[in-house]
Write a protein that binds this ligand. Structure first.
Ligand code: RTP
Ligand code: MG
Length: 140
């Protein structure tokens, strides 16, 4: 399996509860390396662009409001099969369906306030990383 990079967000419900370190510990224990990281306040425009794929969905407005409601930590994670591996480590979108030991099972509050984002494919990972990081901010 190839060395891959994926894009991660620690969402406002998690930063609000001071869970950045606890989530990073789960990420690192799973063998993923945090090769870029910064804490930002997302603008509404950034959040709308980031989740544009969901713009026709009924929860879109609520999702954008949530993503700009507090600080987030954006990250690039690197590892063997990092994209699929991080989706596994995150757990199901709805924490009620998430497996034991996953980030969402451990920390998520609800299907909306679910603590983390992770890219779902190589194409989206590349686009998402480029939205938030310059090449020289990623140190593998
Ligand atoms: P993400 O994109 O954030 O990594 O999450 P995901 O792939 O597991 O889920 P996705 O279907 O892409 O949904 C994106 C985010 O929208 C919010 N959501 N709310 N209220 C709802 O029914 C609902 N459904 C989705 C969640 O924050 C989800 O992570
Ligand atoms: Mg998604």
């Amino acid at each position: 399996m190839a060395l891959e990079r994926t894009f991660s967000i620690i969402k406002p419900d998690a930063t609000e509860r001071n869970l950045t370190g606890a989530i990073n510990a789960v990420i690192e224990k799973a063998g993923l390396r945090i090769v870029a990281q910064k804490r930002i306040r997302m603008t509404r425009e950034q959040a709308e662009t980031f989740y544009a794929v969901h713009k026709e969905r009924p929860f879109f407005g609520e999702l954008v409001d949530f993503m700009v409601s507090g600080p987030v930590v954006v990250q690039v994670l690197e590892g063997e099969g990092a994209i699929a591996k991080y989706r596994e480590v995150m757990g199901a979108t709805n924490p009620a369906n998430a497996a034991e030991g996953t980030i969402r099972k451990l920390f998520a509050k609800s299907v909306g306030e679910n603590s983390v984002h992770g890219s779902d494919a190589p194409e989206t990972a590349a686009v998402e990383i480029a939205q938030f990081f310059a090449g020289n901010e990623i140190v593998g």
